[in-house]
Design a protein around this ligand. Structure first.
Ligand code: FMN
Length: 192
């Protein structure tokens, strides 16, 4: 039984990872619902600072191979781990869709960059919370897989003024994890 109270939905939201995915492809309705809801997020001057690039089907293997190549060629030798490289290509056949999250800033933007980053994060949280309604769909925000590499920016066809903010990685799960171990908010809050 899924909780249906907003507080419970927020508390039950979890990042669900590719190692938990079954490999079954999600219905496009799941993806369009998430994108619709991301687009409802608050954004300063209503400037819609987000762009999304959906990666699915045959493109998934190509994209993961590109991420693996970037890891292999751009990681310092002392930081390189073969298991990490194998993990990237091991995601082929597990991930259903990856949504590249892109920040788009106009040359004459009225907003400051921080505001656009915040707006995009609000949109990503909308995607996370939207997953609640789909019993077998899970996902998480990843800033791995070549997020900060110019080679990935070029592979995804981003423009000069655009920046890759990571991906929302999605897959089918049999049973969705919901338990969390969050610290008490009072630890991070004070009244002036
Ligand atoms: C901006 C951002 C980037 C993240 N990047 C990664 C990532 O690259 N790899 C990963 O495993 N998790 C990533 N996460 C997910 C966090 O690890 C996750 O939110 C955290 O472990 C708490 O788990 P929960 O989301 O289930 O509460 C990212 C989360 C955020 C907000």
């Amino acid at each position: 039984m899924q909780p249906n109270n907003i507080n419970e939905i927020i508390s039950a939201r979890r990042s669900i990872y590719p190692r938990e995915f079954t490999g079954t492809v999600l219905d496009e309705h799941v993806i369009s619902t998430l994108l619709h809801n991301a687009n409802q997020a608050p954004n300063h001057h209503s400037n819609y600072p987000w762009r999304f690039v959906v990666i699915t089907g045959d493109k998934l293997a190509e994209w993961l191979q590109k991420a693996a190549e970037i890891y292999r060629t751009e990681t310092l030798p002392e930081k390189f781990r073969q298991e990490k490289l194998d993990k990237i290509t091991g995601n082929i056949g597990r991930i259903s869709h990856a949504i590249a999250i892109v920040m788009h800033r106009d040359e004459n933007a009225k907003t400051v960059e921080t505001e656009d980053i915040c707006a995009i994060a609000c949109g990503v949280q909308n995607m996370y919370l939207s997953l609640h309604q789909f019993e077998h769909a899970g996902g998480y925000w990843s800033t791995g897989l070549g997020t900060y590499s110019p080679a990935m920016k070029s592979y995804l066809g981003l423009e000069d003024g655009e920046k890759l903010m990571g991906y929302f990685i999605l897959g089918h799960v049999d049973v969705k994890r919901t338990e969390g171990h969050k610290k008490d908010f009072r630890k991070f809050t004070r009244y002036l």
